[in-house]
Write a protein that binds this ligand. Structure first.
Ligand code: HEC
Length: 114
């Protein structure tokens, strides 16, 4: 029979790679939404590049409509997965879903929504 099967069995460095989470209350570990926005999102959303909806009070209507039509969870999903000119995670590839969500919220607040 096959004697070499054991070779494949070295995959026990397993472990849930994401033992990190769990500190739902701690804001210390994650970055500030404003930081993330300034580092990644502003490149497009501060200038309207590639058709990105711009952030700021004068663009409140655009975002209000987005929220009404799509809903906040959908906007977050788009921000995470990308859509058209919007790259997944807005190019912040090491951002967690929570950080992206917080950053979308930040953008909405900056735009005077809610
Ligand atoms: C490379 C340019 C670029 C970067 C960087 C970028 N965006 Fe976008 N974003 C876009 C474009 C373009 C759209 C419009 C997409 C469309 O037309 O569907 C968009 C749309 C969005 C939307 C609204 C989706 C909708 O339905 O209109 C959200 C929310 C968003 N971006 C969040 C972010 C966040 C958060 C970041 C930073 C972490 C970010 N974006 C970084 C280009 C960018």
């Amino acid at each position: 029979m096959l004697a070499s099967l054991t070779l494949a069995g070295c995959g026990d460095a397993d472990g849930p790679a994401d033992a990190s989470g769990a500190d739902a209350s701690g804001e210390s570990a994650s970055r500030e939404p404003a930081e993330i926005y300034a580092q990644y999102c502003v490149n497009c959303h501060g200038t309207g590049m590639a058709g990105a909806p711009m952030v700021g009070p004068e663009h409140r209507l655009i975002w209000s409509e987005e929220i009404e039509e799509e809903g906040f969870p959908t906007l977050v999903k788009i921000a995470i997965e990308g859509q058209n000119g919007m790259p997944p995670r807005g190019t912040c590839f090491d951002c967690s879903d929570e950080e992206i969500e917080a950053t979308v919220l930040y953008m909405l607040k900056e735009s005077g929504a809610k």
